[in-house]
Each structure stands twice: as structure tokens, then as C-alpha cells.
Design a protein around this ligand. Structure first.
Ligand code: ARG
Length: 471
């Protein structure tokens, strides 16, 4: 806005300026395109502030009532997407004040800003906004956990290969594998809750940075806005954004976990693995290759992790080197935060649906679980039980693996007598160990893959999921 007629008067800070901002300066600073997402929080703050101004006598009863009614009308406009932003609105806070002054007149409209700065206002808004986002996110994480638990329950006894280095290692239950993700997401939900609790401190009344000379009571704002406590230091209150960083960090870790799950779905649904397939509703075709059935949903979930990690890095970088208290750089906190909230809220229902839609191929999973010499450890541990040092047992079984490999098969191509001949501690009965199901059931520690243990684990996982999902 380089409009000559615009001296800057009518803006929030026009008074001491002769000239309005240059167009380029204005374009750099204007934030209404993105900070409008905070309208709900901003108006909640204005309602609380109206009550405080009434209490200290800056507004009388009628004025406060008119103010609250105007704020409600303003909220209705935002809710309907009809709030009339003007090109001269620099940010959401200014736009709302401009609208209230138009609505209530200069005299009353001009009173709302007493004792309040955009510095405490924006810090309060972002906390309120993120607190709600944390609640929604926790619920969506819980619903994903429930989708995983449901698949684990349906396939509780199914055998699957367990991998290290993407090489078959030991057989496990498919349910055990799926439940591993439930616990990863449970910690993610815990981090979201931690972040929520730490940001749950009220900052209104801090004003620009030092508090105000008006008799505003921070505790009243906290009560009105449902904050758990009041921040301890007004300078910290207006300048800190670690609450947002913490949220973004929790979001980035979550996004990385989602990406790992998505990658497994991509692998499982390939012809090479053939372990699972996604329902039509979660698959896509190719524009040129008629045969294709692509896991785009999982790939997009994997791809979205990049921007969420980027959001975290962006905000950390903004904060680094900022002197106290408010600096305009802090305006750059909003887009990363909104982007992460939006992205995760897109991704979570999609991956939950995709997980719920997976159908697994029992034969392929079981065949893969038995291959790759996945019972070699069992044989070595049997030697240990028979008094052989593990180093020696490892060697002995390694030789048996080579012998079987030369014959082009797994350990079960060997005759029981050949196994018995491999070490004096072995006999023909050792060949009986070479059964995948038994191998799974032999692993009986509380967190291991034996079916009883997984059944108990599933119960705990379902409880954790329900606590997050709220149902
Ligand atoms: N739009 C600003 C932000 O998002 C609001 C605070 C502006 N404060 C100021 N002193 N310029 O950070």
C-alpha cells in the first residue's frame, strides 16, 4: 500500500508516521492471508479482555455488553467465511480492531486495545490454537492405533517374517509386528500431551513485554481462557515459542513414524513381497499402465514427512539468535505451525483408513517366515541349553546353514542325522526344532512374540489406543 492518501493513520500504529509503508515493505509484513486461522483464539482473548476492562472500570456495563455483542457478530462473520478483510489490514488483530471500531464507533471501539499489545495477544492466540490442535491430534493418533489393533486382533496368530537389515531374521506373529507401531504412536501421543501441558500457561496482561500500568489480573485471563496456569515472567511470555517448537518436534517424530509405516505398506503391497494389498479405495491406477495398482496414499504419507520435518527446522532457525523480547521474526512462527497441523490432520485419517483396508496373504507371509534360515538362532540356542558356549554354537549352526545352502534349500533339507552329526551335543531330536510356529511360541518373555504374550500385549495396546482416541 503506497497510496499517498494513506498516511498510516487508521492503522494500529499510524499516529507518529507521516507516510504509509512502501508497497514492498507492506507486502513483506502483511500476514492476514495466514494468521486469519487464529480468529477463534483471538476473539476468545478479546472477550476475556473485555471482562477485565469492565472489572477495572475502563468499560462500563453497557459498553462491555455492546463490545461482547459486537465480538459475537464478528465471530459469526469469520465462521461463515465472510469477515470483510480490507487491503489495509496488516494482520488479524488489526483487522478485527478496525472492524470493531467501524461497528462501535471510535469512542467505544478504540477502548479495547487498552493494556493489550499484539505481542501478548499473538502469544496467547497461538497457545490457544495449538492446545486444541493437540487434542484433535491425540484423538486421531488414537484412531490410527485402533486401526492397527483391529488388524492385530484379526490376524493374531498369523506367522510373518521378522526382519533386520531387510533380511529375514526370525519368525514373529504379524500381530506383534503391527503392535510395534501402536507403541511408537503411543509415545507420539504422549509427546503431544506433554507439549500441550507445557503450553497451557496464560500470557495476556503481559502487554508489550513488561506488564501494564492498568490493574489487569493475569489470573482472570487464565481462568476465562481455560489455561491451567499463568506464565511466570511477562518477558518470557511474549518472546518464547518453545511451546510451538515442542509441538513441531512431536509432529515431526510422528510424521517420521507414519512414514516408516507407510514404507512398509509400500513394500508389503509390491509383487516382490506380496504380503498385503490395499483396498481399491486406498489404491490408485496409472494413467498409462492399465495393470497398475499403486499405493499412492502410503507414498504421500511417506512424502509428507519431509515438509513436517522442514517446519520444525524452520521455526528453530527463526528463533536462533533472537534477542528478548518480541521480534517481528516471530511472525514466521505461524506458517510452519499451521502447515504441520494441516498436514498431520490430512495424513492421519488417510493412513488409518489405509491400514484398516489392508488384506494380508497368509500363505505368502508364512512361507517367507520359514525361509531365509530364520530358525538358525533357535538351533544355536538349543546348543546353549545343552551346555555349548554360544560362540561355538554359532559356528556349528553356521556350517549347517552352508551345508543346506549348497543343496539349494533351508535347514529343513538336512536329514535329522546330518544335524545330529554336526556336534556331539546334538541328536536327531534337534531337527524337531525346525518349526516356525514352535519357534514363535518359544519366545515367551512379556514383550516377545509368543501368542499368549501378544494377546496380553494387544489388550494393553487397545487400552492405550482408547485412552488417546477418547472412545
Ligand atoms: N502479526 C504479528 C505476529 O504475528 C503480531 C504481533 C505484531 N507485534 C508487533 N509489535 N509488530 O507476530
Amino acid at each position: 500500500m503506497s497510496d499517498d492518501a494513506d498516511s498510516g493513520a487508521g492503522r494500529l500504529w499510524g499516529g507518529r508516521f507521516e507516510q504509509g509503508p512502501a508497497e514492498a515493505a507492506w507486502q513483506l509484513g502483511v500476514s492476514t492471508e495466514f494468521d486469519r486461522d487464529l480468529w477463534r483464539a483471538d476473539l476468545a482473548g478479546s472477550r476475556a479482555h473485555t471482562q477485565e476492562l469492565l472489572r477495572i472500570g475502563v468499560l462500563d456495563h453497557d459498553e462491555a455488553e455492546s463490545m461482547l455483542e459486537a465480538i459475537d457478530r464478528c465471530a459469526a462473520l469469520f465462521a461463515e467465511g465472510r469477515f470483510p478483510f480490507e487491503p489495509t489490514d496488516e494482520d488479524l488483530h488489526g483487522a478485527i480492531e478496525r472492524w470493531l471500531v467501524d461497528e462501535l464507533g471510535d469512542e467505544l471501539g478504540g477502548k479495547l486495545r487498552a493494556g493489550r499489545s499484539r505481542n501478548d495477544q499473538i502469544a496467547s492466540d497461538l497457545r490457544l490454537y495449538l492446545r486444541e490442535a493437540c487434542d484433535r491430534l491425540r484423538q486421531q493418533i488414537g484412531e490410527l492405533q485402533q486401526a492397527l489393533c483391529a488388524q492385530a486382533a484379526t490376524h493374531l496368530d498369523w506367522i510373518a517374517p521378522g526382519y533386520t537389515h531387510l533380511q529375514r531374521g526370525q519368525p514373529v506373529l504379524l500381530s506383534h509386528h503391527l503392535l510395534a507401531y501402536v507403541w511408537m504412536f503411543d509415545r507420539d501421543a504422549g509427546r503431544v500431551v506433554d507439549a500441550r501441558n507445557r503450553m497451557d500457561a496464560s500470557v495476556l496482561g503481559a502487554g508489550a513485554l513488561a506488564g501494564t500500568t492498568l490493574d489487569l489480573d493475569p489470573a482472570n485471563y487464565a481462568r476465562d481462557l481455560g489455561f491451567g496456569r499463568v506464565a511466570e515472567n511477562s518477558m518470557d511470555a511474549v518472546s518464547s515459542r518453545d511451546f510451538a517448537v515442542e509441538f513441531l518436534a512431536a509432529g515431526a517424530i510422528l510424521a517420521v513414524h507414519l512414514s516408516r509405516l507407510a514404507e512398509e505398506i509400500v513394500l508389503w503391497s509390491s509383487a516382490e513381497f506380496g504380503f498385503a494389498s490395499l483396498a481399491d479405495a486406498y489404491s490408485t491406477g496409472s494413467s498409462i499402465m492399465p495393470q497398475k495398482r499403486n499405493p499412492d496414499v502410503a507414498e504421500l504419507v511417506r512424502g509428507k514427512a519431509g515438509r513436517v520435518v522442514g517446519d520444525l527446522v524452520a521455526l528453530l532457525t527463526v528463533l536462533k539468535g533472537l534477542p528478548l523480547t518480541y521480534d517481528r521474526d516471530l511472525q514466521e512462527d505461524k506458517e510452519p505451525v499451521f502447515d504441520t497441523v494441516r498436514t498431520l490432520e490430512l495424513v492421519l485419517p488417510a493412513i488409518s483408513g489405509a491400514v484398516g483396508s489392508l488384506t494380508f496373504d497368509r500363505e505368502r507371509l508364512e512361507a517367507a517366515a520359514g525361509g531365509g534360515f530364520s530358525l538358525a538362532t533357535d538351533l544355536a540356542e538349543e546348543l546353549v541349553r545343552r551346555g555349548v558356549p554360544f560362540r561355538e554354537a554359532h559356528e556349528v549352526v553356521g556350517r549347517l546353514v552352508r551345508q543346506a545352502e549348497e543343496r539349494g534349500g533351508d535347514l529343513d533339507v538336512l536329514d535329522p542325522s546330518e544335524i545330529a552329526a554336526a556336534h556331539r551335543a546334538l541328536d536327531r531330536s534337534a531337527a524337531d526344532l525346525l518349526d516356525v510356529r514352535d519357534a514363535v511360541e518359544r519366545r515367551r518373555a512379556s514383550f516377545a512374540t509368543a501368542s499368549d504374550r501378544v494377546r496380553e500385549q494387544l489388550r494393553r495396546a487397545q487400552e492405550a489406543a482408547a485412552a488417546n482416541a477418547g472412545h
